[in-house]
Design a protein around this ligand. Structure first.
Ligand SMILES: [Zn+2]
Length: 347
């Protein structure tokens, strides 16, 4: 199942500017990373990126990131909850939590930064002397990622889409890391695992983790710019199970993951893309099984009153895995994605 043979490499942490954080100290530390920017609003001020380090001292290190996209909320809520509830006395290692990674985007309820239009998940490894979003990427890739033995980047569909709640894993980059991703995806216990081609999104935290040789997975936890309480509840059970398996949490109060997840794969034929501007009407539901050629959506024209809506068809057999939310669409808008079923991979 490995997609490549490039040797994984480990990074050395670089000095980065944090207030309130001493990475060599035990206990619960709440601080922030410094992003510096000068414009009409900020005038050279620090834009804080909140960071929590909860540690019992030496041991394995997990890095938990949320708010990579500012309008994806389930992971942010979970991250804040873990910061409050994780007790360093119950750990054997360290949990580093970044609950609002692209903090300007989080504060602006937006996918990308309203300051520089930066998409943090296309900005890795970042630049310490770059724009605000590049600085966030450099903080995480340069100062946090190299300390980690495991990384999870928690996404959701955001304002524009809803996903089936899933662990989201890139194939590869080698047998060992792929095996670790499969194991952690199962432990998380979400109903679905979505497998994607390696390096689907160059510049993502997942690809930065792959390049650094650190097991890194993502999630997609529903979306629509809201908090799905079922997806959040699944993560509340899954994250302690994962931290216990990593040897960081001394006891696992969550119990085993019950069912094998449904495995899906995003393929080039997955997107059903509009060729028209108008009003999107879905003809299927998220999670529904469809066949190639089946009509799955249509787009109604706004101004051509005598024109029938344009139908769109599934290009592949599979499950409706991602659904567009805003009704107004344009040529090029992905209306939905259909993910073929994947045989459960051997661990
Ligand atoms: Zn995202």
């Amino acid at each position: 199942m490995s997609a490549g043979t490039a040797p994984a490499r480990r990074l050395v942490p670089v000095a980065a500017s944090f207030t309130g954080i001493d990475f060599s100290a035990a206990g619960k530390q709440l601080g922030y990373g410094h992003v510096v920017h000068s414009d009409n609003v900020h005038d050279g001020s620090v834009i804080p990126v909140p960071v929590a380090v909860i540690s019992s001292g030496p041991g394995p290190v997990a890095l938990l990131v949320a708010g990579t996209h500012g309008d994806e909320y389930e992971g942010q809520v979970l991250a804040h909850e873990l910061i409050r509830e994780l007790d360093p006395a119950r750990l054997s290692g360290t949990v580093i939590i970044v609950p609002a990674a692209n903090s300007p985007a989080v504060r602006g309820a937006a996918r990308v930064s309203p300051i520089d239009a930066g998409n943090l998940n296309r900005s890795y490894p970042g630049r310490a002397d770059g724009g605000p979003t590049e600085q966030v990427a450099a903080l995480i890739a340069g100062a946090l990622l190299p300390r980690a033995d495991f990384v999870i980047d928690m996404h959701s569909g955001g304002s524009n889409s809803t996903y089936l709640p899933c662990a989201f894993i890139y194939r590869g980059p080698d047998e060992e890391l792929w095996g670790a991703k499969l194991r952690t995806a199962r432990l998380l216990g979400l109903p679905y695992v979505m497998v994607v081609a390696p390096m689907l999104e160059p510049g993502s935290l997942s690809s930065a983790g792959d390049l650094a040789g650190i097991p890194t997975i993502s999630t997609e936890l529903s979306g629509a710019g809201t908090v799905d309480r079922h997806a959040l509840e699944a993560m509340r059970r899954g994250m302690p199970r994962l931290l216990a398996d990593l040897g960081i949490l001394q006891e696992d109060t969550a119990g085993p993951a019950h069912a094998e997840p449904q495995w899906l794969e995003l393929v080039p034929e997955s997107p059903v893309t509009s060729t028209a501007a108008g009003l999107f009407e879905p003809l299927v539901d998220l999670g529904q099984t469809v066949r190639a050629g089946q009509p799955v959506a249509r787009v109604h024209f706004i101004d051509e009153l005598d024109r029938a809506p344009r139908p769109f068809h599934a290009r592949v057999d599979g499950v409706v895995a991602i659904m567009r939310r805003p009704t107004l669409v344009a040529p090029g808008t992905h209306l939905l994605h259909i993910a073929p079923l994947l045989d459960s991979p051997a661990s």
